[in-house]
Design a binder for this molecule. Structure first.
Ligand code: KIV
Length: 272
């Protein structure tokens, strides 16, 4: 039996190589099969099954109520579709903070049960031991510093992090510690672009920015944000590449009118 790997799927080695070559890394979130298959076919490098699931799919105010079972369910759907993109599952609140042993067991579930190729978890130096434990079992870890939504109550809101010198130094040090602990990449969320530039230059592993400016090695956005699904407000770091909220409303309103006035289904959409 041949053991040769014929998969065209991106690996963490490809992702690290992209930094060396100066090629930007593209990351988007997905939570379901259909979206995942579109992102995969478009050639997105990494699909992140973010715990932003809690906000944009499950209707919670924060990511805190998201459970391992929620993440398993949605990561499985995403993994079924993704053939080429690297799939990273986001570890939910309290699935990794309690003990390194529990963190490893939960990280393993993302690969063993849900078909992901790696996990993401939040936190700086306080998460280093956990990153070491998970990566030493052969599970790739994407770290996440700056604004970490699972600590929203401690941070006091969705604010840019690292504006003051001491806070910036701490983030720079955290990034180095996480690299040393074995993370294959680091998400930098809501930090000034100069700080993100300095971190990106200091590290050999790629930085993935969200609200962190142009100098990061890659960029990530929440798919619902960039597709314009939400019409109440747009955070400064989000660029809307479509306005699906308006498109969906238009389609639904036209459908309602068509059904009410008996113009759907017409003969084209009916069987003789
Ligand atoms: O949960 C998520 O979608 C994330 C990204 C915004 C980085 O953590």
């Amino acid at each position: 039996m041949s053991t040769q790997n014929k998969s065209s799927r991106k690996t963490i080695l490809d992702i690290k190589k992209m930094k060396e070559l100066g090629e930007k890394i593209t990351v988007l979130t997905a939570y379901d099969y259909m979206t995942s298959s579109i992102l995969d076919e478009c050639g997105i490098d990494i699909i992140l099954v973010g715990d932003s699931l809690g906000n944009v799919v499950l209707g919670y105010d924060t990511t805190l109520p998201v459970t391992m079972e929620d993440m398993m369910h949605h990561t499985k759907a995403v993994s079924r579709a993704a053939q080429n993109s690297l799939v990273i599952g986001d570890m939910p609140f309290l699935s990794y903070q309690i003990s390194p042993e529990l963190a490893l067991a939960n990280a393993g579930r993302f690969l063993q049960e849900a078909g992901a190729q790696g996990v993401k978890l939040e936190g700086g130096r306080e998460s280093a031991e956990i990153v070491r434990k998970i990566t030493s079992a052969g599970i790739p870890v994407m770290a996440h510093i700056g604004l970490t939504p699972q600590s929203i109550h401690q941070l006091g809101g969705f604010k840019v992090q690292g504006r003051k010198e001491d806070a910036a130094i701490k983030i720079i040090e955290d990034a180095r510690i996480l690299e040393e602990a074995g993370a294959f990449s680091i998400v930098l969320e809501l930090v000034p672009e100069k700080l993100a530039q300095q971190i990106s230059q200091n590290l050999t592993i790629p930085t993935i920015g969200i609200g962190a400016g142009i100098y990061c090695d890659g960029q990530v956005l929440v798919i619902n944000d960039m597709l314009g699904m939400f019409d109440k407000f747009t955070p400064k770091h989000v660029k809307k590449y479509a306005n699906l909220n308006a498109e969906i409303r238009k389609a639904v309103n036209t459908y309602i009118t068509d059904v009410k006035n008996c113009s759907f289904p017409d003969s084209e959409h009916s069987f003789k």
